[in-house]
Design a protein around this ligand. Structure first.
Ligand code: FE2
Length: 485
C-alpha cells in the first residue's frame, strides 16, 4: 500500500497513482456538479487499498435514501471495515463517519467528519461531507460552525479556497446571516466561477431577503455556467421558478417544470423533490397545474416503498396525495407504523417525531381536513428543520399552514402567524398576498389593498419617475385566486 497526494493535497492510501487521478476527476466533478461522481468513485474500488472512493460513494448513496442494509452500501461497508486498520487515522475517521451515516446517525457522522477536519482543516472532502450531513438534518449551526473553524487555515492561493467560501456563505445564509453571507458567496464566484454551491448560496440570500431582481439578474448573468452543471442545475431552475411564482408568471414556472424538472433522472429520489415542491407552491398560489401530479406520482412510486429521510418522505406524501392516490397514500403512511421499531437511530427518531406527523398533516391539508393540518403543522413548526433541506425549501410548510388557516377562517391565528413571518421577511410576496386575503376576509378592504400593493411592489421594477409600476389598485401581477386545494 502506497501514499499519494490528491489534487487538494490530501495524503491518501492507494496502490496505484492512476487511482488518485480517477479520484481527482470524481471529486472535482462532485464539487462542480458535473458527470457522475458516485459511479466514478465506485469504479476506483478495483484498487484494493483505496478507501476514499468507497467512503464518498456510500455517503452519497445514504444521503439519497439508502441504508446500511441496502446491498450496495453493506458491501461497501464490508470493504471499508476490512481496510480500516491498514489506512491512516484521517481515513479511519472517514470510515467511522460513513458507518455512522449508514446506520442513521447523521449527527454522529457529521461529528466524525468534524473531528477529521480539526486535525486536517484542509481536508475539503471531510468539510463538504460534514456540510451535507448537517444539511440532511437541518442543523444550520453545525454547518456554519464546521466550516468557520477550518476557514482560518485556508489561503486564497489554495485550490479549493473558493469552494470553502461557498460553503461558508451557505452556512451563514442558513443561519439567517444574510448580509454576512453575501460577501463570501460573491468572492467565491470571483475565484471559482464554476462553484455552483456559491451561486446557490447567493441565490438563497436573495430569495430569503425577497431581492427579486437581484435574484433574477444573478441567475440570468450566470446561466451559461449553471445550466452546464447538471447535478445542481434542476435545483437552480427551481429557484428561478420560485421567482416566477412570486411575480405571478405561472406559465413560465410551469414551463420550467415541463422543460427541466419533469425531465430529471428519476433514479435519484432527491431530483424529484424540486418538481414536487414547485407544483405544490403553484397550487397554493392559485395556479392550475393540470394533470402533472399523476406523472410525478408515478415517478415517486418507485421510491415510496421505504422511509428514507424526512425531506424525501414529505415530498412523497405530497405527490401521492396531490395525485389522489388514496391507497398508495394509506400504504405510505402505514409504513411509518411498520417502521416504528426502528426508532433508535437519529433518522428513526426524526421519522417518528417529525416526519410521520408532517406527512399526515400534508395529506390532511390536501383532503380538506384543516383542523388536523393546522393543529399538527402548528405544533411541529419548531421541529420541522429536522427533516432537512434549506429554510427556503421548508417555507412550503409555512405556506401550507397559512393556506389552511385562511381556508378554515381561523383569522386570529392566521394574523399572528403571518405577522411573525412578515417581521422576518418583509418582502415575501406570498406572505403579503396571504395578509391581503386575511384582511379581505376580515372585511377590511383598505388594508387588503395595501397588502396587495406591497405584494406587487415586492416584485415590481422601479420606473424612471421613481414610482413602481404597481399601484394600490394592483399592477399587472397575477393575483392569487381564492381557489384552494
Ligand atoms: Fe436551494
Amino acid at each position: 500500500m502506497g501514499r499519494f497526494k490528491d489534487i487538494f493535497g490530501q495524503s491518501l492510501s492507494a496502490e496505484r497513482a492512476d487511482t488518485i487521478e480517477g479520484w481527482n476527476r470524481a471529486i472535482l466533478d462532485y464539487f462542480t456538479f458535473k458527470g457522475d461522481p458516485v459511479s466514478e468513485a465506485l469504479e476506483l474500488a478495483h484498487d484494493r487499498s483505496f478507501v476514499m472512493g468507497d467512503v464518498f460513494a456510500a455517503t452519497m448513496l445514504v444521503f439519497d435514501g439508502a441504508t446500511a442494509s441496502s446491498p450496495q452500501v453493506s458491501s461497501i461497508l464490508r470493504r471499508l471495515e476490512a481496510l480500516h486498520d491498514a489506512v491512516s487515522a484521517q481515513e479511519q475517521g472517514h470510515i467511522r463517519a460513513v458507518r455512522a451515516c449508514a446506520e442513521g446517525g447523521i449527527s454522529l457522522a457529521a461529528g466524525c467528519w468534524d473531528r477529521v477536519l480539526m486535525e486536517h482543516p484542509l481536508d475539503i472532502v471531510a468539510m463538504k461531507l460534514a456540510h451535507e450531513a448537517y444539511f440532511l438534518i437541518g442543523d444550520a449551526n453545525g454547518m456554519l460552525r464546521s466550516v468557520s473553524a477550518a476557514l482560518p487555515h485556508w489561503r486564497p492561493d489554495m485550490k479549493a479556497y473558493g469552494f470553502v467560501l461557498g460553503q461558508h456563505a451557505f452556512g451563514l445564509e442558513e443561519c439567517h446571516q444574510y448580509a454576512a453571507a453575501e460577501g463570501p458567496a460573491r468572492l467565491a464566484l470571483e475565484l471559482e466561477p464554476d462553484d455552483c454551491w456559491a451561486l446557490h448560496a447567493l441565490t438563497h440570500v436573495y430569495e430569503m431577503q425577497g431581492r427579486h431582481f437581484d435574484c433574477l439578474s444573478l441567475l440570468d448573468a450566470m446561466r451559461s455556467r449553471w445550466v452546464n452543471q447538471p447535478l445542481l442545475a434542476a435545483h437552480i431552475w427551481w429557484h428561478l421558478a420560485l421567482r416566477y411564482v412570486a411575480d405571478g408568471r405561472f406559465e413560465q414556472a410551469l414551463a420550467v417544470y415541463d422543460e427541466q424538472l419533469a425531465k430529471v433522472n428519476v433514479s435519484s429520489a432527491f431530483r424529484l423533490t424540486d418538481g414536487t415542491s414547485l407544483l405544490w407552491r403553484l397550487e397554493l398560489a392559485g395556479a392550475s397545474v393540470g394533470d402533472r401530479w399523476a406523472e410525478l406520482a408515478d415517478k415517486w412510486s418507485a421510491h415510496a416503498g421505504r422511509h428514507a429521510n424526512g425531506f424525501l418522505d414529505v415530498h412523497i406524501a405530497m405527490a401521492l396525495a396531490a395525485a389522489g392516490r388514496q391507497s398508495e397514500v394509506e400504504r405510505f403512511l402505514a409504513g411509518f407504523n411498520e417502521d416504528a421499531g426502528e426508532t433508535t437511530s437519529e433518522l428513526g427518531e426524526i421519522r417518528r417525531q417529525v416526519t410521520a406527523p408532517a406527512c399526515r398533516a400534508l395529506v390532511a391539508y390536501r383532503a380538506g381536513d384543516d383542523r388536523t393540518a393546522i393543529g399538527t403543522l402548528a405544533s411541529l413548526l419548531p421541529a420541522l428543520h429536522r427533516i432537512g433541506g434549506s429554510n427556503a425549501q421548508r417555507d412550503l410548510f409555512d405556506r401550507t399552514l397559512s393556506a389552511s388557516m385562511l381556508r378554515a377562517g381561523e383569522l386570529a391565528r392566521s394574523r399572528g402567524f403571518l405577522l411573525r413571518l412578515l417581521a422576518e421577511h418583509p418582502n415575501a410576496a406570498w406572505v403579503l398576498d396571504d395578509m391581503a386575503t386575511l384582511e379581505a376576509q376580515s372585511n377590511d378592504p383598505a388594508m387588503a389593498s395595501v397588502y396587495r400593493a406591497r405584494a406587487s411592489l415586492a416584485v415590481a421594477p422601479i420606473a424612471e419617475n421613481g414610482r413602481s409600476r404597481a399601484s394600490l389598485a394592483g399592477g399587472a401581477r397575477h393575483q392569487r385566486s381564492d381557489r384552494r386545494h
